[in-house]
Design a protein around this ligand. Structure first.
Ligand SMILES: [Zn+2]
Length: 105
């Protein structure tokens, strides 16, 4: 979609990869670049891939896990995601191995 910010495009690209892996299986491509992500509005009782904020120590949801936790952490690679903490807005940079699926309540 034209006019979308890079963060919005990156977030939907990651969600599409997860959706595909959850529905038909197959690996998620390694994340070898630094991807800025847009802020999301999480819904309660929904699974999100999340990162821990080093500033406020809370776990911040960054994008939807369409496998509802079944994929575990499928992310690999030398890159990173960068997203504003849901709670304190601190810009958090996290490596693929630091992403965890969490049920948002
Ligand atoms: Zn924070």
């Amino acid at each position: 979609m034209s006019g979308d910010k890079p963060g919005v495009i990156n977030t939907s690209a990651l969600e599409s990869q997860v959706k595909l892996a959850a529905e038909v299986g197959g690996p998620i491509p390694p994340l070898d670049e630094t991807l800025p992500l847009s802020k999301i509005k999480p819904n309660t009782d929904t699974w999100y891939f999340s990162i821990e904020c080093p500033k406020c120590r809370r776990t911040s949801p960054i994008f939807r896990d369409y496998s509802d936790g079944k994929l575990g952490n499928p992310f690999t690679g030398r890159g990173a995601v960068v997203a504003a903490c849901h709670f304190c807005a601190h810009q958090v940079r996290a490596a693929p191995h630091a992403i965890a699926s969490v049920l948002w309540r």
